[in-house]
Design a protein around this ligand. Structure first.
Ligand code: PAF
Length: 301
């Protein structure tokens, strides 16, 4: 893996790859890479010829009281992960490199960003869409890969690319889970053993919601109440939201039908965690993307 720290060098490396007829895949990350990121890299490797992973803890997507300063970082290990995954370029810019003249231009996706995480993290998605637009512009990727754990981020970035006619295909990859159900997140590193055990309530309550729906329940407020009660019963967790929304526009729904996203967020100690299940409910059946549990992880060397 070639480690690049400047925009100019990254642009040149991607230009060279494209000139050689290669398709370019982009995996944007904030580092502290785990098996979820590795699955994005694997998908990029399978779909494209030249894989760029970006590692940038983007300050503009953190609120003033959020965990920017303490966000977990381990560049050496992340480089090993990228090497093991056959990544071509790892881009690790400084804040000055990404925002040399500050940031007066913001990309804002309306409506999709108001609810769910957008309600408790004002400005967060503007930070995300602005940095992702910049990365799309620098890399010129054919395909860009995002995890479905950040379902709202995926919807917002997909909408931004469509609205701005950006020549990139945005691809969502399934949530990767620990064998006990915990969705992988760099922020899991903040959890104590007891908080980690408590955090399992998120995936457990989503599975219970799925079971209700599979048993025929179609009343969204009933299922939402069940989710809220389950999460609120966990004393170490502080519920942010439990919502059942339309899978495309993320607006609340009253009847569970069609493309549906069940999304939850809660704070456990220092870690604000999110999780979700995406399902399609039709008269002929239900399909759900509950995520995947990877086979034993190969050591990243
Ligand atoms: O999902 C993340 O890690 C970040 O929000 C992203 C997409 C890399 C933008 O900073």
């Amino acid at each position: 893996v070639k480690i690049i720290a400047t925009v100019g060098e990254l642009r040149a490396a991607c230009d060279t790859a494209r000139a050689a007829g290669k398709s370019v895949g982009l995996v944007p990350t904030m580092g502290f890479l785990h098996a979820g990121h590795r699955s994005l890299m694997g998908a990029a490797r399978a779909d494209t010829d030249f894989v760029v992973v970006t590692l940038f803890v983007n300050p503009t997507q953190f609120g003033p009281n959020e965990d920017l300063a303490g966000y977990p970082r381990d560049l050496g290990r992340d480089a090993d992960v990228c090497r093991a995954e056959g990544v071509d370029v790892l881009f690790t810019p400084t804040v000055d490199q990404m925002y040399p003249t500050g940031a007066r231009t913001t990309v804002h996706v309306a409506e999709l960003t108001d609810r769910l995480c957008g309600a408790s993290r004002p400005g967060h998605f503007d930070g995300v869409t602005t940095i992702v637009a910049k990365l799309f512009s620098i890399v010129g990727a054919n395909h860009a890969f995002f995890g479905k754990k950040d379902a709202q981020q995926l919807a917002v970035v997909t909408r931004m690319a469509a609205d701005l006619n950006l020549p990139v295909v945005v691809i969502g990859c399934s949530i990767v889970r620990e064998p006990d159900g915990l969705a992988l997140s760099s922020r899991n590193a903040y959890l104590t053993a007891t908080e980690r055990a408590a955090a399992l309530v998120l995936s457990r309550s989503l599975r219970a919601a799925m079971a209700s729906i599979e048993a025929g329940q179609r009343d969204a407020s009933f299922v939402r109440d069940e989710l809220e009660t389950a999460i609120a019963s966990e004393s170490l967790g502080q519920l942010d939201y439990a919502e059942i929304v339309d899978g495309a526009d993320l607006q609340p729904i009253s009847r569970i039908a069609g493309s549906v996203l069940i999304a939850v967020a809660a704070q456990f100690g220092r870690a604000r965690l999110i999780d979700n299940v995406a399902l399609v409910v039709s008269p002929t059946g239900i399909t759900a993307d509950l995520g995947v549990i990877p086979a034993v992880e190969a050591t990243p060397t």
